[in-house]
Ligand binder design. Structure first.
Ligand SMILES: [Zn+2]
Length: 327
């Protein structure tokens, strides 16, 4: 059997120009830890460490060793930003000393569907022996690359329920769930755990390290120097939700991907969305089709942002459809 760490090698994670594993200081007692494009944040106190996002088992295993040798205090809390496998895997590595916290909406994502759930239509062709399951030898594409992440019961074949649930085998359910904002106090320092359900994840959590440095962590959603992921990023309620973050008190901003940021990067992200909304609105008023809007709304001021080529057309199309629908 493959080891748990080997089941989630770094290579299956999103790859960009950001490479390597490192720990660095943000401010005061708050640090970031990077695995290639992925970034987590932690705060060190005399009573232990509060960590956001375990990312994965390989990273968590490496980080646990680094934290023990550098700081000599255990991780006491791990806070999930959302349930997605590439952010929420690996918390089990810290479970001997830490309580694991997630939004209550995580639980529905982690629950296994009924055993009678058939294989989803889009993967049925992989079931070449027709037994209603996908064996390791049959798996292709994402099911092949992430087989161990789907195979919750580790029996070497994927049921319809396992495929339907997704690659979440290494996302340990939270010990403690919350719905309304909570504040964790450790070593006399406060960490705010704030619910921000988004289109990307209805269990989305942001974390503000209120003491020991003003640091805000918001996974996947508010990007730094990077065009936002997804379609409709520029109308309500998404735009209002992003704007609700800006008044919080913080200096440093970490997105979970790519470049480290500051508060001004959140303002830039909001400005991108507002300019996109206005430009797409003008294209609609001029009678353009969605394809014409994708060609005309070039958002030139953001050409140097990462994922400009990949994400801008989808942002335009999603915003176009949302505005047409009256959002
Ligand atoms: Zn995500």
């Amino acid at each position: 059997m493959t080891s748990i760490a080997a089941a989630q090698p770094r290579a299956i994670y999103q790859q960009t120009q950001y490479k390597g594993q490192e720990i660095g200081k943000l401010t005061g007692d708050v640090f970031y830890a990077r695995m290639d494009d992925y970034v987590s944040v932690f705060m060190v106190t005399a009573d232990g460490i509060v960590l956001v996002e375990p990312i994965g088992t390989e990273f968590a295993t490496w980080l646990k060793g680094e934290l023990a040798s550098r700081f000599k205090v255990p991780v006491k809390f791990v806070i999930y930003s959302h349930h997605h496998w590439d952010h929420g895997s690996g918390a089990a590595v810290f479970a001997d000393t830490a309580r694991i916290i997630g939004h209550e909406a995580m639980l529905a994502h982690l629950a296994m569907p009924p055993a009678t759930t058939p294989l989803p239509q889009n993967v049925r062709a992989q079931d070449t022996n027709g037994n209603g399951r996908i064996e390791q030898s049959e798996a292709q594409g994402a099911l092949q690359a992430q087989f161990a992440l789907y195979d919750q019961d580790r029996d070497g074949s994927l049921s319809g329920a396992e495929v339907t649930r997704g690659p979440l085998a290494f996302v340990r359910p939270p010990d403690l769930t919350y719905r309304d904002p909570i504040t964790i106090t450790l070593g006399g320092k406060r960490v705010e755990v704030l619910p921000k359900p988004t289109a990307h994840a209805d269990d989305n959590t942001i974390v503000r390290f209120a003491d020991g440095g003003g640091v805000l962590f918001a996974s996947d959603w508010i990007t730094v120097n990077r065009v936002p992921f997804g379609g409709d990023v520029a109308t309500k309620p998404e735009l209002d939700l992003v704007k609700s973050v800006e008044p919080l008190q913080f200096e440093y901003f970490v997105c979970s991907h790519g470049m480290l940021g500051k508060k001004a990067d959140v303002a830039s992200n909001i400005r991108y969305r507002e300019e996109l909304r206005d430009a797409v609105g003008k294209a609609i008023a001029a009678g353009q089709t969605v394809e014409q809007a994708q060609a005309s709304v070039t958002m030139d001021a953001y050409k140097n942002w990462e994922f400009y080529a990949q994400q801008r057309p989808g942002n335009v199309a999603g915003t176009y459809r949302a505005l047409k629908a009256g959002n």
